[in-house]
Design a protein around this ligand. Structure first.
Ligand code: DOR
Length: 436
């Protein structure tokens, strides 16, 4: 079947294209994009009217927690991928801190088969670095990679042992498999639950010093340099972390990095009020950290924006700040927060912001996504970058609603999301613009 998404603003970071046009799809693949009205749709072609809307490659989130198996009360592959589609994401890489963890072939096959039968977007499993996420023995990375994992990570916990991390990089490097180490020195972070600084002290919350995160980033950079293997630093949250990565890249060390939307829009001022929805690991930094992260995104030190979508039930959040589970439900607010914090304020162009949400994470994971090149899978997001909306958790497709952004006025509304040419999410008012 042929389809055309007509009259939108087509943004394709891979080719640098940002102009009005029509995007043609056929049999689940991108056919081409043409000047507006250059070709007429045939009688049987489906027409999607994108007038006034942006049309871009479906977003790629390289860091989500889908919670299945083991914590289906927080999220499932079905609900998490519906949340992804509602947020404009067409591919997600899911972290292995499930119960049991994704550390063997059977678990990878389970995730892939559930994703196929119940997921509405592409799911790429990430497997553990160490068996049981216990930090003692490496997983069988060769067979895990052959089964389809795109990276290894013990996310939520670091690989504390430097010798094990060095071996992990050597082993993964031979397989050209990405290693994503949760950058946190647990001895230094101790019982900390908030960025150590004035606010934490004022509120009586135990602090996590930036050194707890930055020592681990520095260690991993040194090990990546020594082994020549690719290391990816997740959820970078501090100015010092950005600096270490900037210097590493300048020296040609194979390191890539991501930050998350919440670090771009919140500072530790948000701790006032003890809202457990801002409890996240690593913690939200201060204004200098926030400015450095934005600068890091601007100059390419930080390659990607990933949500670290971490759904938790109310039962795990409605308690004392220090005892609440860390994490923010991010899939359904990410695009809007990026549009509000970076694009509207002209810190990044829309095309460059999208590059960090599409092509860059796809390239880091080495998956053929994040592009509108002819022949690529027709994974597309259609959205209004200028819409004003209020974040309403009642609209969340996620099974959880742990977000500090409820009630926030933000920019941007996803109108429709297509995976392999199939509409997997459409906003009600937009439905009539799709002529089946
Ligand atoms: O806040 C977080 N929550 N950070 C992590 O690294 C793990 C995540 C989770 O799994 O809840």
């Amino acid at each position: 079947m042929k389809q055309v998404i007509k009259g939108g603003r087509i943004l394709d970071p891979a080719s640098g294209h940002d102009a009005a046009g029509d995007l043609w799809l056929q049999d689940g693949k991108i056919l081409e994009f043409t000047k507006p009205g250059a070709k007429r749709p045939g009688q049987n072609d489906r027409v999607l009217d994108a007038a006034g809307l942006a049309v871009a490659p479906g977003l790629v989130d390289m860091h989500v927690h889908l919670r299945e198996p083991g914590a289906e009360y927080k999220e499932t592959i079905a609900s998490g991928t519906r949340a992804a589609a509602a947020g404009g994401f067409t591919s997600v890489a899911c972290m292995p801190n499930t119960t049991p963890p994704i550390d063997n072939l059977a678990m990878v096959e389970l995730i892939l088969s559930k994703a196929k039968s119940q997921g509405v977007v592409n799911v790429y499993p990430i497997a553990c670095i160490t068996q049981g996420r216990e930090g003692r023995q490496l997983t069988e990375m060769g067979e895990l990679k052959a089964a389809g994992v795109v990276a290894v990570s013990d996310d939520g916990d670091p690989v504390s042992s430097p010798i094990l991390m060095r071996s992990a990089l050597q082993y993964a490097g031979m397989l050209d498999l990405l290693v994503i180490n949760h950058a946190e020195d647990k001895v230094l972070s101790g019982k900390g639950v908030a960025h150590s600084g004035f606010m934490a002290m004022k509120l009586g919350l135990a602090g996590v010093p930036p050194s707890a995160l930055e020592i681990m980033i520095a260690r991993d950079v040194i090990l990546a340099a020594e082994t020549g293997s690719r290391a990816h630093i997740p959820h970078v949250s501090t100015a010092g972390g950005v600096n270490i990565i900037r210097q590493a890249k300048a020296r040609g060390i194979p390191v890539t990095a991501e930050t998350a939307p919440h670090y771009l829009v919140l500072t530790d001022d948000c701790l006032q009020g003890y809202d457990t929805n801002v409890r996240v690991s690593p913690p939200i930094g201060d204004t200098a950290d926030q400015a450095a992260l934005i600068e890091g995104l601007q100059d390419g030190t930080l390659d990607a924006i990933a949500t670290d979508h971490a759904p938790h039930s109310r039962r795990e959040k409605e308690m004392e700040f220090a005892l609440a589970a860390p994490g923010i439900c991010g899939l359904e607010t990410a695009l809007s927060l990026v549009l509000t914090a970076l694009v509207e304020s002209k810190k990044l162009s829309l095309l460059e912001a999208l590059r960090r949400l599409t092509l860059n994470p796809a390239q880091i994971l080495k998956i053929p996504k994040g592009t509108l090149a002819p022949g690529a899978d027709a994974d597309v997001v259609i959205f209004d970058p200028n819409a004003d909306r209020t974040v309403q958790t009642s609209e969340f497709r996620s099974q959880s609603d742990n977000t500090p952004f409820a009630g926030w006025q933000v920019k941007g509304q996803v109108a429709a999301t297509l995976v392999a040419g199939k509409v997997v999410h459409v906003l009600d008012p937009y439905q009539e613009k799709i002529n089946e």
